[in-house]
Ligand binder design. Structure first.
Ligand SMILES: C[S@@+](CC[C@H](N)C(=O)[O-])C[C@H]1O[C@@H](n2cnc3c(N)ncnc32)[C@H](O)[C@@H]1O
Length: 279
């Protein structure tokens, strides 16, 4: 069997890595893909022609389906379109794509960002001629593979009754994360993957983020006793993720490297368990 890559960060292109990961080995995928809104990422052009962007995403969701176990969940965080010339909202295209791939739709969570940010994009000020809606929310769209039910022991659940009640509500109030504090142009708040992990997986299971950036899903998984696999094509962000996770691992006085970064391009595809190149 191929190495299962548990608790590692893979520096590589997510589409290629997804093809290589063992099939049916992941219980939960939480990810926030590039939104194609011209963010200045270290190693990605965030201004693809829109059709090309959608086609890329569809291939990604297909790869996600292959690596999920039966009953495994896919949670995609995506914002509202800002461009007025795109008539179909991206989250709705993603729902369509995932349904066509055979995913079972579980529902949509509205992330209310509680934003008090000032803005000046009202369109036609105080006139009905062309006022704009300024988004203060994002979406988390959720799916299951093949079965709504996920196998796992009830004893491995770590949600309180109050948390369960809160998470079942479709609007989640969470502030945003500071880009400067984290050192990444688009991190989501730690609370977001923490809620999804508790709600949708059991302790000891494996959580994957295919666009892991600063590694927030890895931090949350580590905190909540899940295994993680992170993928990002920027070495800079992989190193940031490693640093953030190791800081949480209670090893402040240890010089040991707990989290490995694997250079995907240097992996020997013909060798199944050995020869993993660590950076
Ligand atoms: C929206 S950010 C994810 C942020 C993450 N949720 C966090 O909390 O830091 C998207 C990430 O996708 C990565 N990315 C873009 N294209 C990629 C590709 N082809 N393969 C792997 N990662 C890619 C970018 O480097 C960026 O870190």
């Amino acid at each position: 069997m191929k190495n299962n890559f548990k608790n590692t960060i893979i520096n590589g292109d997510s589409l290629k890595v997804l093809e290589y990961l063992p099939k049916e080995s992941v219980h939960l995928i939480i990810t926030s893909p590039p939104y194609n809104l011209s963010i200045d990422y270290a190693n990605h052009n965030d201004e693809l022609p829109y059709e090309e962007y959608l086609e890329w995403m569809k291939q990604i969701w297909k790869g996600c389906k292959d690596v999920l176990v039966k009953g495994g969940r896919l949670c995609i965080n995506i914002g509202e379109n800002k461009r007025q010339n795109i008539n179909t909202p991206t989250h709705s295209s993603f729902i369509q794509q995932c349904s066509e791939l055979g995913f079972l739709y579980r529902g949509t969570i509205i992330w209310n960002k509680n934003s008090s940010a000032k803005h000046c994009a009202w369109g036609s000020w105080q006139s009905a001629s062309n006022p704009h809606i300024v988004p203060r929310h994002e979406y988390i769209i959720t799916f299951s593979k093949d079965d709504y039910k996920l196998d796992g022991e009830k004893a491995k659940t770590d949600m309180s009754g109050d948390e369960f009640m809160e998470y079942t509500r479709s609007v989640w109030n969470m502030g945003t994360e500071s880009k400067t504090k984290i050192g990444h142009p688009a991190p989501f708040p730690l609370e977001l993957p923490k809620r999804l992990i508790k709600f949708y997986s059991f302790q000891g299971q494996t959580v994957l983020d295919i666009f892991s950036g600063s590694g927030t899903v890895g931090v949350a998984s580590n905190d909540l006793d899940r295994n993680f696999i992170l993928i990002d094509n920027s070495l800079e962000y992989c190193e940031l993720a490693k640093k953030r996770i190791e800081k949480r691992m209670n090893n402040l006085f240890s010089t040991e490297n707990n989290v490995e970064i694997i250079d995907f391009e240097k992996l020997d595809m013909n060798v199944e368990n050995e020869n993993i190149v660590l950076l």
